[in-house]
Design a binder for this molecule. Structure first.
Ligand SMILES: Cc1cc2nc3c(=O)[nH]c(=O)nc-3n(C[C@H](O)[C@H](O)[C@H](O)COP(=O)(O)O)c2cc1C
Length: 169
């Protein structure tokens, strides 16, 4: 079992996958991990749609300007949230999605946050009720290629003491 901090540092956005299927027992654990995310007033406005049909993955990939690789992934999960259930649906849904992605890393599974998309058309394909918004559509599977971590800003660029701009370091 990896430590939490290992999971955080080892997670990468994965865009190339093996064909090996993800066992349901692991999938359910990922969804449970997402459900254990904090949410405003514990409203849990999220839902998770597993997408495995090849034709559907292909159609959706065509609606993602930066997610064409979705046509080739073993499966994807659309994480959606209801504006009726929570006015903070975007925050709630995003935290749940991050929980799912970190849990996936724990099982050596790859994910990738894909946000930009033709939202209306994808809503139609997934038959989302009007009140639901797409948070992200992430592929899920065993990585074929795990890239190195893209460089992060230096700590001194992002860490301040007492007031904005006053260097901690
Ligand atoms: C809000 C958001 C939108 C993103 N959209 C895309 C996307 O459309 N396509 C893609 O391949 N990656 C997307 N990414 C993944 C980022 O490119 C990636 O997280 C970043 O380069 C850091 O790499 P890492 O996740 O491997 O640490 C997105 C990430 C976030 C948080």
């Amino acid at each position: 079992m990896k430590s939490c901090i290992d999971v955080i540092f080892q997670r990468r956005s994965i865009r190339n996958f093996k064909n090996d299927p993800v066992p349901d027992e692991i999938l359910f654990q990922l969804i449970r991990a997402a459900q254990y995310a904090p949410s405003s007033w514990n409203r849990q406005p999220w839902r998770f749609i597993v997408i495995r049909e090849r034709e559907k993955l292909k159609t959706i990939s065509g609606l993602l300007p930066y997610g064409k690789f979705l046509s080739r992934v073993p499966m994807a999960i659309a994480i959606v949230a209801s504006e009726r259930e929570s006015d903070l649906w975007l925050v709630d849904g995003s935290i749940a999605a991050q929980n799912l992605m970190l849990a996936a890393e724990n099982f050596d599974l790859g994910t990738c946050w894909i946000a930009e998309c033709d939202k209306e058309e994808i809503k139609r394909i997934l038959e989302l009720p009007e009140e639901f918004h797409i948070i992200t559509i992430t592929p899920l599977g065993y990585p074929a290629v795990k890239p190195n971590a893209p460089k992060r800003k230096d700590l001194k660029e992002v860490l301040f003491l007492e007031k904005f701009g006053k260097g901690y370091l």
